[in-house]
Design a binder for this molecule. Structure first.
Ligand SMILES: Cc1cc2nc3c(=O)[nH]c(=O)nc-3n(C[C@H](O)[C@H](O)[C@H](O)COP(=O)(O)OP(=O)(O)OC[C@H]3O[C@@H](n4cnc5c(N)ncnc54)[C@H](O)[C@@H]3O)c2cc1C
Length: 405
């Protein structure tokens, strides 16, 4: 069976569906098909956000939004002026999906179910008569005259005037793109937690910190945000953010590196010493380890006191300058040797992909090949957690739809 299309899309994920639907809306009568290698489409959408799908983030200022993209922030500057979280919310609202905001800015369908997003996409592809071809892996694609030819695993070929690659982190597709002389930035993992094997702090799993700051040693990279102690090391937004910012560097260091943690975020060592001196004056007769400063938990403060060799019943009045400096140091610049990484709630993202130098950010089209477009994770764009990765997929898909002719 040989078929000719106006637009073929490789990959039935977030970027693929958004590209297809928006292109069909913009170009009624276009013959469009999405080709998906798996039996089910939108599998990552299904499991995303713990099954709730964190569709975007309530970050409406483009400059601020861009800060969440360690790779792609320059490229996305202009596209985000045209399609950003505000547009995402309206897009879904127009299709009957209400989006709600959580306290930390993450946005979800108000049903708290990713199935709502999937149902919306499936209804749209039916309405717009977009073909969805599943269980067909695209093995190869090439340009023949003014058509793109796609060869599938069962020797079937499809042809199209336009080809959108929305295949996520698929090595086979990256290899095909390299054959078209497109540069691929080697993929490395992003968004992971840090392993600190055998460190005594791992005896305190579950303790969280509202504002934590992490600094990568021998580097200027740092991050801030909530933090969490786990059985194997450190996690939470501050750690995930640093893992994304430093994804390439940490890969080069084979995930063996040192970090400095300020459990109190921006509060300086001097400020902590000042506070401890004030506590000595206020409660001289009280036990140090029973009175945590800065609303730290009792368990964590006891751990810090043990590390500082504060005796079990040591009173504030018995605490000298040296102890104050050690306690303040442990709270604001505790050092850890990280050895290895772990996946965060199975939510992995890949840094790397098609080098953005070769992509026009007005159309998400290849600068080298006519009729070739890219959106989503196949590009060298990735973000921290919070709905930003999907936002990049929506923005890319929307721009393709405006440019495909
Ligand atoms: C568990 C998990 C939870 C996540 N949660 C969130 C979240 O809540 N919010 C957020 O913003 N981001 C989240 N992410 C990241 C987000 O899912 C991705 O950034 C996003 O799915 C990328 O979309 P995509 O369409 O580019 O790629 P994908 O969703 O990976 O889709 C690519 C599709 O292409 C298909 N494909 C690949 N190669 C071929 C081929 N040769 N032939 C045919 N088909 C092919 C694949 O099977 C796949 O269906 C999460 C990721 C994971 C793993």
């Amino acid at each position: 069976m040989n078929k000719k299309f106006d637009l073929l899309i490789i990959g039935g994920g977030a970027a693929g569906f958004f590209t297809a639907i928006n292109t069909a809306v913009k170009n009624p009568g276009f013959k469009i098909a999405i080709i998906e290698k798996n039996r089910e489409v939108l599998q990552k959408v299904k499991v995303s956000g713990g099954g709730r799908c964190n569709v975007t983030h309530s970050c409406f200022e483009v400059k601020k939004l861009l800060e969440n993209y360690p790779r792609g922030n320059f490229f996305l500057q202009e596209p985000f002026q045209n399609f950003n979280p505000r547009h995402t919310i309206s897009w879904f609202r127009e299709r009957g999906v209400k989006i709600k905001t959580e306290q930390d800015g993450r946005m979800f369908p108000d049903t708290d179910s990713s199935q709502t997003i999937i149902d919306c996409f499936i209804a749209e592809v039916k309405r717009l008569k977009i073909e969805v071809i599943t269980q067909k892996r695209v093995e190869k694609f090439s340009q023949q005259n003014d058509l793109w030819r796609l060869d599938m695993q069962d020797n079937e070929s499809l042809f199209a005037r336009n080809l959108a690659i929305t295949s996520g982190s698929d090595k086979r597709i990256w290899d095909s793109l390299a054959e078209l002389n497109l540069d691929i930035v080697p993929p490395v993992p992003s968004l992971f937690t840090f392993n600190i094997p055998q460190h005594p702090v791992t005896a305190l799993p579950g303790i969280s910190f509202p504002h934590m700051a992490v600094q990568l040693q021998d580097s200027t990279l740092q991050s801030e945000g909530p933090g969490l102690i786990t059985h194997w090391g450190l996690s939470g937004p501050a750690i995930l953010k640093l893992s994304a910012k430093a994804a390439i560097e940490l890969n080069q260091r084979d995930y063996k590196f040192k970090i400095k943690v300020n459990w109190l975020g921006k509060i300086s060592k001097d400020k902590v010493m000042e506070e401890l001196r004030a506590m000595i004056n206020s409660f001289p007769k009280k036990n140090v380890n029973a009175h945590p400063p800065f609303e730290l938990t009792q368990r964590f403060w006891k751990f810090i006191c043990d590390q500082a060799e504060i005796k079990e019943f040591q009173k504030f009045a018995e605490t000298g300058k040296k102890h104050i400096a050690v306690l303040a140091g442990l709270l604001t610049e505790m050092e850890f040797e990280v050895n290895g990484k772990s996946t965060f709630k199975e939510e992995f993202v890949t840094a790397g992909g098609i080098d953005l130098e070769q992509v026009d950010n007005k159309s998400f089209a290849s600068k080298k090949h006519t009729g070739l477009y890219f959106a989503g994770e196949v590009l060298n764009i990735d973000a921290v957690t919070g709905g930003f990765n999907f936002q990049a997929a929506w923005t890319g898909g929307w721009h393709i739809a405006q440019s495909v002719v």
